[in-house]
Ligand binder design. Sequence first.
Ligand SMILES: *Cc1c(COP(=O)(O)O)cnc(C)c1O
Length: 400
Amino acid sequence: MTLQEIIGLDKQYFMNVFGDRNPVCFKRGKGMLLWDLEDKVYYDFLGGIAVNVLGHSHPKLVEALKSQLEKLLHTSNLYYIESQAKLAKILVENSCADKIFFANSGAEANEGAIKLARIYFKKKGFNHKYEIITLKNSFHGRTMTTVAATGQEKYQKPYYPITPGFKHVEINNIEALKEAITPSTCAVMLEPIQGESGVNPVDYEYMHELKKICEENDILLILDEVQTGIGRTGKLFGYLHYDIEPDIFTLAKALGGGIPIGAVCAKEHVANAFEPGDHGSTFGGNPFACTAGLAVMKTIFNDGLVENAKKMGEYFKEKLNQLKERHSIISEIRGKGLMIGIELSIDNAREITRKLLYKGFLVGNVGEKVLRILPPLIVTSEDIDKLIASIDEILSEISV
Ligand SMILES: *Cc1c(COP(=O)(O)O)cnc(C)c1O
């Protein structure tokens, strides 16, 4: 099929929620590279929006999935599942969590976290403690409840009435948080670095103060690590940058390396609030998805990919700051590790993203002001040099 034929089918048969997509369709990928229908090659610096941490078609992931595929895909959670038990163990042994629950997506993991926070207080007899404070400009997913958690009106308004019990406060403003807390507050939920709204990190001091306030007021701290988790920020989890531990955190995107899987990770005393029948999933944690998760985690550890994310993140920032010196159109470089935002001084992010696409580089944009870079954790300095040279060329054309 040609690209035009595929676009024709999409326009006729697929709901138009994604609008006019980038005019390209990929048929194959390997490592950092993707090939389109006409065999044009692209460097993937978006990694399927922070999903393809091992790059495309990583031999370890392919091998593990192929062999699982031939044995068993799904049994339901009525039975014990070996890869599920093993993946839960790896996550617990390498994080502050004691217990794990597997879902199928980020939104679903966040739903689980929200339900866990509420049931935790219900079972302690605090029926009035149900309200959750989240940040303005946050993103927590697309279900009715995670849309309510998301601090952006554009995701909520078309769907009123949405799930009640959420309040939104300004990021890095501890006074605003204090004012929002009432005896009804059961949890504060936030992303260590806000991804979808343009790579906005939470300050170290704010996170510390927030953790203290949560402890003092018997409020649970939930971190949405759907995007920051699994090595993205140069540490295995985003919370490790802050020297604090959340009571609950969620994972998804990178965890399956491309196979859908999400996780609710919690401390023992909180996790114990979920008892038989309180929560569940048909697909969540099935043998195939958990085999993907296991292969991703093992490869990340064996190949030192968290360290690579840290090292390449620093290299990236250094190169981008050099670009910033020469191009006034770049006003700020933000982020940690391989979660990078480039703030522009003029409204040009969409056009630059499109120009990079034509030059064979995939990056993302958040509105017109921010370019977003989320490459696979296997990225090398040679790959980065190529992208930097192309951004340099494009910015030189715009500045003139
Ligand atoms: C992507 C994302 C989600 C939603 O994940 P889905 O798998 O699309 O449901 C939730 N929270 C954060 C921080 C995200 O980046």
